[in-house]
Every structure is written in structure tokens, then in C-alpha cells.
Design a protein around this ligand. Structure first.
Ligand SMILES: CC(=O)[C@@H](O)[C@H](O)COP(=O)(O)O
Ligand SMILES: NCC(=O)COP(=O)(O)O
Length: 259
């Protein structure tokens, strides 16, 4: 069976990181989201951290409206807290991705511990699902976490690819196998498979060798790359890398090689 196109969700958190460094309004992550949609992003991802270090409540309100206007899904990343649940239920984004948060961390260091915390997580998954919000769990690619994600009623798992991306090229095969095994297991359990964190052009293409992956969420690299080539060009190049990873090189590229 032909593999459907893999979706690219663009995370615009770090546009807000730059904005907040000066406490003003520029650069605006909502404008970045509009530019990302214009450049071919299939959806927008934003993480409203409890400490509001990048995305703010007002950003989420404006991003919800923007995504509705352009009919693109908003993937709202949130910690498993009463406060975040109330915000998600107020805005009703297309999807909510439950992520772990530690106030002192520089970035999201690992996946959400679902196994062992089912009693706390299942009611949040249910409340979101009952409101028509698609629930994704940002987890480590482990059999235990995948099983727990299915047990609490999630529809989607997003595998944390940070560990994979940090390994030097040539030393990634064991982590790749871990991702591939978890993706196969998730698919068997009826979970849609996404991946994200730390991906760049190369690692995004590499993980797409895993056939169950249907969506990548990428932020930090694209926003960083935008400094050099512009956001539109970075997104275009990422989409080309993803297409080539899934469908092989374009025919005109093959011709150039043959000549
Ligand atoms: C959960 C996740 O991986 C994203 O939200 C992304 O990495 C955002 O950046 P920070 O983790 O640096 O806040
Ligand atoms: N869930 C991962 C995400 O949205 C983007 O992570 P990163 O590319 O900013 O590391």
C-alpha cells in the first residue's frame, strides 16, 4: 500500500523565545505561524509552558483563531495540570499533546511517564477527548509507555526523538531500532504515530524510514535555520527532505545524477 504523505507540524515556540528576550512584540510567533502555513506547514504546534517562558496565553488565543481561519490543525502542547486542561477546554484546539515539564529544564528532556501514572493521566485524556480534542502523548519509544498510552485512551503517540538526534551519526542504530519497534507496536494498538524534538533535515529524513510515522513536529531547527535562509525556505527544504525520504529522489534529480 502506498504510504500517505507525512505531515509537517511547525513549532513556533522559539520565535516567542526571541520576542520575550526584549519583552516586546517582535518577532511575533503568530506572524511566524502564518508564514509557516504560507510556506506549506500542515499544522502549527505551540507549547504553553507553565512558566510562560515563550508562548503566552494571548499567543494561544491568536494561534487558535489563525489556525481556524486557515483551516490548519493547532497542536497544543501542555503539561498535565488543571490549569492547562482548563485552557485547552476553553480554546478547543484540533489536538492536545500532553508533555512532561520540569521548571528548571532548558528544554523538554524526555517523554511523559504514562506507565505508573495512568490514574492521573486517563481523566485528562478523557476530558479532552470528550471535548472533541484529539489527544497525543509525547512519550519515550518504549514498549511500556506505548502500552500505557493505549490503556489511557490516547489516539496518538508522539515519540521524543531528542535522544536519537543527540547521538553522533553512525551511533544511532540502536535508538533507531527502539523507535521502529515502538512505532510498530503503537500501530498494532491502533495509535497514530508522530515524532519530534531536535530533528533537523538529516535526522527527520532518517526517522522517516519508519513507515508508521505520519507526522513530524519540528521547531527549534527550523526557527534557527530561518535566520540564515528564511522561514519559508527552511520549511520548503524540510518538506523536500521528508518527501525524498518517503518517496525517493525526484525524477528530475535522478536525471541530473545520470548525466
Ligand atoms: C515538547 C517539545 O518538545 C516542544 O515543546 C519543544 O521542544 C519546545 O521547546 P522547549 O522544550 O524548549 O520549551
Ligand atoms: N514536540 C516536538 C516539537 O514540537 C518540536 O521540538 P523541537 O524541534 O523544537 O525540538
Amino acid at each position: 500500500m502506498k504510504r500517505p504523505p507525512v505531515r509537517l507540524g511547525v513549532n513556533i515556540d522559539h520565535v516567542a523565545t526571541v520576542r520575550n528576550a526584549r519583552g516586546g512584540v517582535h518577532p511575533d510567533p503568530v506572524r511566524a505561524a502564518e508564514a509557516a502555513i504560507g510556506a506549506g506547514a500542515d499544522g502549527i504546534t505551540a507549547h504553553l509552558r507553565e512558566d510562560r517562558r515563550h508562548i503566552t496565553d494571548a499567543d494561544i488565543e491568536a494561534l487558535t483563531a489563525l489556525c481556524q481561519q486557515f483551516e490548519r490543525p493547532l497542536n497544543f502542547e501542555m503539561a498535565v495540570t488543571e490549569e492547562m486542561l482548563a485552557i485547552a477546554l476553553r480554546h478547543k484546539p484540533h489536538a492536545a499533546c500532553l508533555v512532561p515539564e520540569r521548571r528548571e529544564e532548558v528544554t523538554t528532556e524526555g517523554g511523559l511517564a504514562v506507565a505508573g501514572h495512568e490514574a492521573r493521566i486517563a481523566p485528562v485524556v478523557k476530558a479532552l477527548s470528550d471535548a472533541g480534542i484529539r489527544v497525543s502523548l509525547f512519550i519515550e519509544p518504549s514498549a511500556e509507555q506505548v502500552e500505557a498510552a493505549a490503556a489511557v485512551g490516547a489516539q496518538v503517540v508522539e515519540f521524543h526523538t531528542g535522544r536519537y538526534c543527540h547521538l553522533p551519526y553512525g551511533e544511532r542504530s540502536a535508538e533507531f531500532d527502539r523507535l521502529a519497534a515502538a512505532a510498530a507496536q503503537a500501530d498494532i494498538l491502533g495509535l497514530e504515530v508522530h515524532a519530534g524534538h531536535g530533528l533537523d533535515y538529516d535526522t527527520a529524513a532518517e526517522v522517516l524510514a519508519i513507515p508508521e510515522i505520519q507526522e513530524l513536529n519540528i521547531g527549534h531547527f527550523l526557527i534557527g535555520e530561518a535566520v540564515f535562509v528564511g522561514l519559508g525556505a527552511a520549511i520548503w527544504r524540510m518538506r523536500e527532505a521528508m518527501k525524498e525520504a518517503v518517496h525517493g529522489p525526484r525524477e528530475d534529480d535522478a536525471l541530473v545524477v545520470d548525466l
